[in-house]
Design a protein around this ligand. Structure first.
Ligand SMILES: Cc1cc2nc3c(=O)[nH]c(=O)nc-3n(C[C@H](O)[C@H](O)[C@H](O)COP(=O)(O)OP(=O)(O)OC[C@H]3O[C@@H](n4cnc5c(N)ncnc54)[C@H](O)[C@@H]3O)c2cc1C
Length: 458
């Protein structure tokens, strides 16, 4: 969304996949922290409603607003790095690519990332964005502290030791508490990774699943629908120097992988019954790659071809059966889809609204090329996730309501209680969040849920 401009006139906004649109009355891009903090309080006092947007890469209407859309594009960059303590304080609007480049100049890096790097750091943590690797949590687990500006003009610094009641809520907050101003990240010494990608029979991948997960720092695979094939990806630390020829490699990724894939995808859109053939062609085109580079450059892949996506977190032990059921439904229903199914594995965490809360997790994502109908496909797969205790990725499409979410998240009411305390007039709620969080319903007394723990914000 690097194209946003400050304006006081109603103007159109849409997210990356165009699944969400809005006409904010104002797009506000403060240039200083003080302007941001004072402006939030002023807007709240005037009864305005605000949503912050990062890079608009969420498929759900989290950032949607017809009032004030706040962008922190003018507030980017690293504030301080402490390599000895292994921490970096970064402005909330900083894009992950810029963050990676700047951290590297200080000889440090984020320990893990997702598969793109265009999101803002605050946007990424707020929806529980994750990468892959059973020894790594989602990106929000790298956060050891943050500063939150609330509707009352308060600036709350929180961490495990300072206002811990707010911290566990603010690490994954859906932007529903206020505006994150800066984030303190745990960082690791800059590292190089060896990246290997190849085509493999999906049955072979499943037979070796535990070993692949255990023996590689980062392992994921993409099953190509209607084929016996998967693309497997492994990333492991190495002392080898970066591979030469990365300019061609990047060009290859953009022009060949994305360009050719776009052509194939357009064919599928124009003639949907060709989807299964196109999936087979794509499977045959999976190249063997072996490449070494700094971690922040290797985690991310350019994503030029647009799509809609649904992704769920499921308990890791249910992964084989969930994938088997998805494959069975696809074989039966023969949806017109050629986009692969992405499978990743993440360490559990202790963040109240993190989909990986208190469980070793697998993520399974389904995609549909933008412009092709996705509803029937997503509607058929979602109940399978549900049956196995699935929790949706907050930034990706799902149909869960507040009652179902409350049953999936032991700390649900605690979250609602802290949110209501920090933003009693709902300055940061939009229609979607109001519904999702059932924000107007009474809140269960927290004591019944949290006896023995620090009590939530009053
Ligand atoms: C092509 C593509 C690839 C993706 N790959 C992955 C992946 O590999 N792994 C994964 O887990 N997800 C992935 N996603 C999902 C994506 O990471 C999340 O939706 C993420 O939240 C988007 O970040 P953003 O900066 O665009 O935030 P936005 O979508 O703009 O906002 C997300 C949320 O963050 C809030 N927010 C933003 N800034 C602030 C702030 N300063 N203070 C408070 N709240 C704030 C917003 O209000 C909103 O609620 C992908 C999405 C796309 C489109």
């Amino acid at each position: 969304m690097g194209h946003l401009k400050s304006t006081n006139k109603p103007s159109r906004w849409q997210n990356w996949s165009d699944s969400v649109r809005g006409t904010p009355k104002q797009i506000w891009m403060p240039k200083r922290d003080s302007e941001l903090i004072e402006g939030i309080e002023e807007h709240a006092r005037e009864g305005r409603h605000m949503r912050v947007v990062g890079d608009g890469h969420s498929f759900t209407p989290l950032a949607q607003t017809d009032d004030v859309l706040i962008s922190l594009d003018n507030l980017q960059g690293i504030i301080a790095v402490d390599p000895d303590r292994g921490t970096a304080v970064v402005r909330a609007g900083t894009r992950l690519k810029l963050l990676g480049d700047q951290l590297q100049k200080h000889g440090v890096a984020q320990e893990n990332l997702g598969d793109i790097n265009v999101q803002s750091i605050a946007g990424a943590i707020s929806t529980g964005t994750h990468g892959t690797g059973v020894r790594f949590g989602s990106i929000a687990t790298q956060v050891v502290g943050l500063t939150l500006a609330t509707a009352s003009g308060e600036l709350i610094r929180c961490s495990e030791t300072e206002r811990p009641d707010v911290f566990k809520v603010a690490q994954v907050s859906l932007g529903a508490l206020g505006v994150i101003v800066d984030v303190t990240l745990r960082v690791v010494p800059a590292k190089r990774l060896h990246f290997v990608s190849r085509r493999e029979r999906v049955d072979n991948v499943l037979a070796n699943l535990d070993r692949y997960k255990r023996e590689n720092s980062h392992f994921e695979f993409f099953w190509m629908p209607y084929t016996p094939w998967a693309q497997v990806k492994f990333l492991n630390e190495t002392d080898d120097p970066p591979s030469p020829g990365n300019v061609f490699g990047t060009l290859n990724k953009i022009v060949l992988e994305n360009g050719l894939y776009w052509l194939l995808s357009e064919t599928a859109r124009i003639a949907p019954p060709t989807s299964r053939t196109i999936s087979r062609i794509s499977a045959l085109g999976i190249a063997s790659v072996s490449e070494t580079d700094y971690s922040h450059r290797l985690f991310a892949t350019p994503r030029v071809v647009k799509f809609q996506e649904m992704e769920y977190n499921i308990p890791a032990e249910h992964f084989p059966v969930v994938l088997a059921e998805i494959r069975a439904v696809m074989a039966r229903e023969k949806f017109n889809v050629h986009f692969p199914i992405e499978c990743r594995f993440v360490h559990g965490d202790d963040i109240w609204l993190s989909p990986a809360y208190q469980r070793e997790s697998a993520y399974i994502a389904i995609h549909m090329y933008k412009g092709m109908p996705y509803e029937r496909y997503f509607r058929a797969i979602e109940p399978i996730y549900q049956q196995y205790g699935g929790r949706p990725h907050w930034g990706k499409m799902h149909t869960l309501d507040a009652a179902t979410l409350a049953a999936r998240y032991p700390r649900w009411d605690y979250f609602r209680r802290v949110r209501a305390a920090l933003d009693p007039n709902g300055a940061f709620l939009n229609d979607y969040l109001r519904r999702l969080l059932d924000a107007d319903a009474p809140i269960t007394p927290a004591t019944s849920l949290y006896s023995g723990e620090s009590s939530p914000a009053q």
